[in-house]
Design a binder for this molecule. Structure first.
Ligand SMILES: [Zn+2]
Length: 129
């Protein structure tokens, strides 16, 4: 179980926002280095459900973080990966980020198959910039 995730809604929103800002800043740093001065048009990402990233919050955070980092042209294109766990009996189930990592069929703790991704898949840049 993930008891720290069961907070009040206001708390969660607040924490969530800080989380997305931190992720955006980390992302901006990596993208800036990879772009080597070229104009970045789009950043393709894979983000797992267990990362607790709220799409609207991330795009809001990215909006001002990217501008601060001179990446104002860069859009985010996100492939959302569902959280999938497998229990000792071999049941594979998709779980919600707040469900805990427990098999919905037999209630045994499962291990994560997918859902923890935060990966930059590709970065589109202007060739001539
Ligand atoms: Zn099971």
């Amino acid at each position: 179980m993930l008891p720290t995730l069961r907070k009040g809604a206001a708390d969660a929103a607040n924490l969530g926002f800080v989380h997305e800002v931190a992720l955006s800043m980390q992302l901006a740093k990596v993208v800036t280095r990879a772009a080597e001065g070229r104009t970045v048009r789009c950043v393709h990402l894979r983000i797992g459900a267990l990362r607790q990233v709220v799409p609207e919050t991330l795009s809001y955070a990215w909006n001002f973080v990217s501008r601060d980092a001179s990446l104002g042209e860069a859009k985010l294109d996100i492939d959302w990966v569902p959280a999938v766990i497998e229990c000792p009996l071999g049941h594979r189930s998709e779980v919600g980020p707040l469900d805990g990592l427990v098999c919905p069929e037999c209630s045994q703790p499962g291990h994560v198959i997918s859902g923890e991704e935060f990966t930059i898949v590709d970065i589109d840049v202007d060739i001539n910039a």
